[in-house]
Design a protein around this ligand. Structure first.
Ligand code: ZN
Length: 102
């Protein structure tokens, strides 16, 4: 039997029988379409993007691969899911944290 726990609060979703919510987050760089030159479009679009990145930031190919795309997947309990959809970027948390620093 597959066992699920909430990735935020650690609640055991298998034992509690609570509905599990899956959150997927993908992060990748945005590009200004003007940065892609006509030459770049001859071949593989991913190669073109890589070339633009190399041109602009002089990154190693490892760094480029790492910066191209990152995806995350989380299992959340109903409570944490509700909190997440209300504040997906955790802005409220950041605000509270900044506030309490004083
Ligand atoms: Zn939770």
């Amino acid at each position: 039997m597959v066992h699920f726990t909430c990735d935020l609060c650690g609640k055991d979703l298998t034992a509690s029988g609570d509905r599990r919510h899956v959150v997927k987050i993908e992060a990748y760089p945005g590009f200004d379409p003007n940065e892609i030159k006509e030459d770049d479009l001859d071949d593989d679009p991913m190669e073109a993007i890589t070339r633009v990145l190399e041109r602009d930031q002089a990154l190693s190919s490892d760094e480029i691969t790492a910066s191209l795309s990152k995806s995350f997947r989380f299992d959340l309990c109903p409570d944490c899911h509700k909190k997440f959809v209300n504040d997906p970027l955790g802005k409220e948390m950041v605000r509270l944290f900044d506030f309490s620093k004083n």
